[in-house]
Ligand binder design. Structure first.
Ligand code: FMN
Length: 662
């Protein structure tokens, strides 16, 4: 496919008897739209959306291979469910993509509630699960929560018969899904699932022919690949997703994986290289985190099948560069295609500037694991296409209206962009001298490049869509009445809550750290409030060389963070030493110190500067002062309810789509 600026990204690739139309694979993303063990229409719409967006391969994630393998609710493979999978495959095909399914076995991470047999793995062990969540002990340990009410599960060591049974489960599932119309099989060997539990010298402590040297530890993973190949025949593409490294001093590394692939390529046609923990990769990590591993595999000269990379690849330029420089033959993308499934089509159409960038905030997986409901911060439609339609077909409103959006933060910009795309005449009024709202802090934050990129994207879209922007404009009821507006969206945001602490006048709100860096006096900084704002401001300050102490009154910091984001953040906090003191009730701010009480004892923390971040409150007066103005109003973002980017974008989007609907 011709693309002047992205020639490598759009180069077709043969996979057995199929052709990838470009080098972008939509990575497996399990979503919890599985009701009574069958995927529902939402799941089908979601996969169709990915195919429509232009990915060459669309993958159905986490199809566990049967009883004993389920770490998520099983998608049962029986006659009744066949039409569902057939429809999935068909909708993917209809948009020119290859339909692939990922087969998994959770090994020692399966959940007892989803299986009837005892969990098993390479070696005996005990696993712990937190009831009611998708989290296992490893995740919990990382987030510092591996305590309390956990379910303890005994894991048995697999016999040779067990291994043969699992091989059969893989082969049967592959055959079933091909029968349903899927074209390709992706075997999940990464992310600590069963094959990794054999590869790993830490998890595999066997002393028989499947333990010990790597050649032994890779035997069972090879048996699975062979069993699947034998069952599906020579013409069906079989791919493997693996961890290129265990990232532990005593774990397996990329050289082991090269040794494995050298043998496995007899059975497989493509390898997708991830890392042992797929879920590293928030905004606190670099982009393209596993491209060094795929590069090592390619450069080894021992692996002759296409090698793809996955992990924190966000921008089309990164995809192009990875392939052009020979680090991989293609890229598998998960979150960036949740943020914008149309990334490939937009790039191809020369509309790169319309690609919504991913924030790396993990809202997708955190919301899905907690509420069984996928929520992307920046894409209100993802996972909900069955009800809401496709993101690009936003359509025009029934009636074009004269719209005023008050407030140029993320909610206001999103409302203005969406209203403009719907054909309304839009004015966006902002009282400060620049768009961005609370996201302006990202211009200065040491870690927030992804959020900055998104803020800049919104600002640029506002310009591109010819929205009339009025800066330095304080909107009053008279202003609205005089302007002849028909619809007004109030996006006036929020302001900090000031804690009621003696001496608080000596402190400033944490965002001032970014807006007035010169105001951060001395080396030692105390931040009062260990939620996301306080902790992230602390990390930023620490990165620029300050000595930071964060004090949190509750018994847990980061209560407003999702599980996975928190895990990533805690990792960075441990590395940098910025660990909040919890249960620390601040009594007073005095000259040069903060006095706090913890466990009934009083402490004094020396401080050259003191900041606080103890919450925000909505600014909503304008909304309640419009009773006498003949306009239709909506309130969005923090003005409606203080929250994160997802709240701002979703409320802004839907308020705008409701304008002129009748
Ligand atoms: C919502 C969500 C669901 C995921 N589900 C799966 C899955 O079913 N199987 C899998 O192997 N990986 C799954 N992953 C991991 C991704 O495929 C991918 O490896 C990871 O997100 C890193 O890639 P990215 O930086 O492009 O997001 C999921 C990720 C997300 C965000």
């Amino acid at each position: 496919m011709y693309s002047k600026n992205y020639p490598n990204m759009f180069k077709p690739l043969k996979l057995k008897n199929l052709t990838m139309k470009n080098r972008v694979m939509s990575a497996p993303n399990m979503i919890f739209h599985v009701v009574d063990n069958r995927p529902d229409d939402y799941y089908i719409g979601y996969l169709e959306h990915k195919a429509r967006g232009g990915a060459a391969i669309v993958t159905l994630g986490e199809m566990a291979v049967g009883d004993g393998a389920n770490h998520v609710p099983e998608m049962i493979k029986n006659d009744d469910n066949l039409p569902i999978y057939a429809e999935m495959a068909q909708v993917i095909h209809e948009h020119g993509a290859i339909a692939s399914v990922e087969l998994t076995h959770g090994g020692n991470k399966v959940k007892t509630q989803y299986n009837t047999v005892q969990p098993m793995s390479a070696s005996e062990s005990i696993s712990y699960f937190k009831p009611g969540t998708h989290l296992s002990n490893a995740n919990l340990a990382m987030s510092g929560e591996a305590t309390g009410d956990l379910i303890e599960v005994k894991i048995k060591s697999m016999t040779k018969e067990d291994m043969e049974h699992v091989c059969q489960q893989f082969a049967d599932t592959a055959a079933y899904m091909l029968h349903a119309g899927f074209d390709a099989i992706l075997l999940h060997y990464g992310h600590t699932w069963l094959p990794d539990q054999f590869f790993s010298p830490i998890m595999n402590t066997r002393t028989d022919e499947f333990g010990g040297p790597f050649e032994n530890r890779m035997k069972f993973p090879l048996m699975i690949a062979k069993a699947v190949r034998d069952r599906v025949g020579p013409n069906v593409p079989v791919m493997i997703r693996l961890s290129g490294s265990e990232y532990k001093p005593d774990g397996f590394d990329v050289n082991d994986m090269i040794t494995f692939l050298e043998k496995a390529q007899e059975y497989i046609d493509l390898v997708e290289v991830s890392g042992m923990d797929a879920y590293r990769g928030s905004t606190y990590y670099d982009h393209c985190i596993h491209a060094d591993l795929s590069e090592a595999i390619k450069k080894s000269g021992r692996v002759h099948i296409p090698v793809f990379t996955v992990g924190n690849v966000v921008h089309p330029e990164e995809i192009e560069e990875i392939i052009a420089s020979g680090k991989a033959d293609g890229v598998s993308v998960a979150r960036a295609l949740l943020a914008d499934p149309f990334m490939p089509e937009k790039v191809l159409a020369g509309r790169r500037n319309e690609v919504t960038p991913c924030l790396h905030c993990w809202s997708c997986i955190d919301s899905d694991n907690d509420n069984r409901h996928l929520v992307c911060s920046v894409n209100p439609l993802i996972g909900r296409e069955a009800r809401l339609g496709f993101g690009d077909d936003i359509g025009k409103a029934q009636v074009s209206r004269k719209v005023l959006v008050v407030g140029g933060g993320p909610a206001g910009m999103e409302a203005a962009i969406t209203a403009s795309r719907r054909g309304h005449e839009v004015t966006l009024a902002e009282k400060s001298d620049a768009l961005g709202g609370l996201l302006k802090f990202t211009d200065a934050d040491a870690y927030k490049a992804d959020l900055r990129c998104y803020k800049n994207f919104l600002v640029q879209r506002t310009k591109d869509l010819n929205i009339r922007v009025l800066l330095n404009t304080e909107v009053t009821p008279e202003f609205i009445a005089d302007g002849g507006y028909e619809d007004v969206v109030i996006a006036t945001g929020s302001v900090p809550v000031t804690p009621n602490i003696p001496g608080i006048e000596k402190a400033k709100h944490a965002t001032e750290i970014y807006y007035d860096p010169e105001g951060v006096k001395g080396d030692k900084v105390v931040i009062i409030g260990g939620g996301l704002v306080g902790v992230e401001a602390g990390l930023h300050l620490q990165k620029i060389g300050k000595n930071v102490v964060v004090l949190e009154a509750m018994d847990q910091a980061l209560r407003d963070a999702g599980n996975l984001y928190k895990m990533n953040l805690m990792y960075t906090m441990r590395q940098t030493g910025v660990m909040p003191v919890t249960g620390a009730l601040v009594k007073e701010i005095v000259d040069g110190a903060v006095i706090y009480e913890k466990d009934g004892e009083e402490f004094r923390e020396e401080a050259d500067s003191v900041y606080y971040a103890v919450g925000m409150k909505s600014v909503d007066d304008l909304y309640f002062n419009l009773d006498d103005v003949p306009v239709r109003t909506a309130i969005v973002g923090d003005a409606k309810k203080v929250g994160k980017v997802a709240g701002a974008i979703h409320t802004g989007y839907f308020a705008a789509t409701d304008i002129g609907k009748l």
